[in-house]
Design a protein around this ligand. Sequence first.
Ligand SMILES: *[C@@H]1O[C@H](CO)[C@@H](O)[C@H](O)[C@H]1NC(C)=O
Ligand SMILES: *[C@@H]1O[C@H](CO)[C@@H](O)[C@H](O)[C@H]1NC(C)=O
Ligand SMILES: *[C@@H]1O[C@H](CO)[C@@H](O)[C@H](O)[C@H]1NC(C)=O
Ligand SMILES: *[C@@H]1O[C@H](CO)[C@@H](O)[C@H](O)[C@H]1NC(C)=O
Ligand SMILES: *[C@@H]1O[C@H](CO)[C@@H](O)[C@H](O)[C@H]1NC(C)=O
Length: 766
Amino acid sequence: MLRYDLRSLFFLFCLLSVRTVSAQNPIFACDVDGNPNLANFAFCNRSLDVYSRVKDLVGRLTLPEKVGFLGDNAGAVPRLGIPIYRWWGEALHGVSSVGHATHFSPLVPGATSFPQVILTAASFNTTLFKAIGKVVSTEARAMYNVGHTGLTFWSPNVNIFRDPRWGRGQETPGEDPLLTSKYASSYVKGLQEADEPNKLKVGACCKHYTAYDLDNWKGINRLTYNAIVTKQDLIDTFNPPFKSCVIDGNVASVMCSYNQVNGKPTCADSDLLAGTIRGDWKLNGYIVSDCDSVQVLYNNQHYVKTPEDAAAITIKSGLDLDCGQYLTKYSEAAIQAGKLTEADVDRAITNNFATQIRLGFFDGNPSKLPYGGLGPSDVCTEDNQELAREAARQGIVLLKNSNDALPFNPSTIGSLAVIGPNMNVTKTMIGNYEGIPCKYITPLQGLIQAASNSKVFAVPGCLDIKCSTNGFQLNPAKEAAAQADVTILIVGADQSIEREGLDRADLNLPGNQTVLVQEVTKVAKGLVILVIMSGGPFDILFAKNDDKISGILWVGYPGEAGGGAIADVLFGKFNPSGRLPVTWYPQSFSDKIPMTDMRMRPDSSSGYPGRTYRFYSGDVVYSFGDGLSYTNFDYKLKNAPKLVSIPLEEGHECYEQTCNSLNVTNSLCQNLAFDVHLRVKNVGAMVGGHTVFLFYTPPEIHNAPKKHLLGFEKVKLEPKAARNVLFRVDFCKDMSLVDEMGNRKVALGSHVLHVGDLKHFLIVGV
Ligand SMILES: *[C@@H]1O[C@H](CO)[C@@H](O)[C@H](O)[C@H]1NC(C)=O
Ligand SMILES: *[C@@H]1O[C@H](CO)[C@@H](O)[C@H](O)[C@H]1NC(C)=O
Ligand SMILES: *[C@@H]1O[C@H](CO)[C@@H](O)[C@H](O)[C@H]1NC(C)=O
Ligand SMILES: *[C@@H]1O[C@H](CO)[C@@H](O)[C@H](O)[C@H]1NC(C)=O
Ligand SMILES: *[C@@H]1O[C@H](CO)[C@@H](O)[C@H](O)[C@H]1NC(C)=O
């Protein structure tokens, strides 16, 4: 009751305050309704092109006003009708309340909360990635129209999930450069694509550039961490998602990271920013710092001698916007000291304003503009919430299914025991960079609904995620399992185990969870199914090898409707089709390998095993790409070339002498594309989705990966139905290698294409 009263008071307060604010200060720039004079400013004129408008605007500003536009809470200039703009929004898997731009209220109490990215990535469905982006941007626009958010979102996180212990691995699409690149470009297109050319629905941002994948491990902190990265690993592992995000996704922004790469802070590295992002990739947008990372150069890294030096070196390296107020505070003094020029500041704010103009921020009140009709009723629609559940269903990975124990036949289940610390969680399901969801369907709620005729014993067994001393209630859990026809154990992690600022120390299930699983399994009367809810992987070899555990499912952090999706899969309303986006290493990996060793490639002289399925050849618990279905699929390779012949010009040094690789050049790469035709058949009895992976193994030169994903395609097939799948392979783009110096090469010799168990040899020669 008290709560309700406070809410309605708050609602009233919001209405009043919005009204008084909008009467004096417009919230939208160039709001000619409030001030007709603004129509005379060229920067407010929608008929002019972006750069004429920006030029006009920059020309009207004084230097103190200009530096106000270098920070994320960008300065208001009332004489020009420009209100404050808050750049920092987040929309990793739904509009989030993290940042400075977004808030929820009784008017917009929540937004659709999709699964955490690592689970969505496991769907390997690029159509889904884009569809989610589209829904998120529609909800964002609807919230913007009622003053609840901005138009710029610093999502997605496309760092490679290099080490299984990383607390932010959950935010990423996993360990593979191709999947991460496709996720980046598809999600960004979904967020950004507008009806008019060069306009933006919302502005996305790919972060954190680059080689950022350690938060806080054994006291080593991201703010001062110096990642030692080889040229080869940078170009073929860490940078591809950013390149794809800019070039294929046409993203409006890239964020540089906190860490140093090879001794230089990324936000102060002109080769990385001005050289690569702006120069080589031609970013159409702005480069933003991670929050307070400009200040970090001075305060934490002691990389520069004065705050002015931090401002000067970052802007001169290509940084346009500071998440923080350091540039706003120190850039004028840096100019006075001759360390920076006003032209440098003009360049930075030009990139920022151009982005805002493409977003329509300088077009006045949005009600008369595209998307202006969207409002609170377009947030959390039934369709959007259904897509959240569908995304979770598509991502969930079935790892074990002995004797086809799954799916359950509800008519044979008289009773069900639901056990474990994550068995009835809400907030755990939405991971980090979360908002307020529309509503939750917890695992228990999903299961009770699916098993409507069964008796359900709901016994957490653990009152906290670690099942620690006082929170460990093993006996009631054992009693329930001893009676039930089916036992479902729902364990895993939450943000107290893995999150931003917290990497894991090991890969074991937290605290006493392993004891819980083993003891409950021993006494269980019926089938035991283990459900792992987590971002990062675990060493669960004990469960994989335990004959009494019939089924294992990994469900990521499955989003607001995750419990419904888990039940859909367990009860066969949906045939699982997710595949692991990361390698599940044994615990011994984390005993031996320091998280700070950035090398992707193995080093036999020291016994370093390398990282990810591309390089690591040690034991695994589960492999990248693993995932079962309730049906089976069969492949036939219908057509693929046996030979690729590269025409060399006379005089090429490899014309006379034998070479084992050639530099990738435009002239050499003409007409080297070919097709791989497959036929895929569903040979089982249930409709299902299936991801076809096309891997290749290159010749053993230049420390090449032992296996590399070059294409994937998800298909959905009815029982007994078959379909052709075509991969168009651009040889130089998809099958080239990066050598030790960071140069792209095509290898000559025998390449092996892999599809499932099929192998196809391809000879590449001159
Ligand atoms: C806006 O720009 C167009 C194209 O240059 C011009 O014709 C029009 O007069 C301008 N509108 C105003 C209000 O200045
Ligand atoms: C499960 O969680 C829901 C939502 O928080 C709550 O209403 C319900 O009481 C919980 N059930 C059990 C058995 O803990
Ligand atoms: C596991 O449970 C036992 C018995 O309750 C307890 O003594 C121990 O501290 C717990 N371990 C952890 C890591 O919580
Ligand atoms: C390949 O490219 C690198 C870098 O541009 C250059 O140094 C090298 O000489 C080239 N090799 C050949 C054979 O052209
Ligand atoms: C991919 O996702 C879209 C959007 O949810 C869905 O319509 C489609 O069926 C999915 N494709 C497969 C093969 O599952």
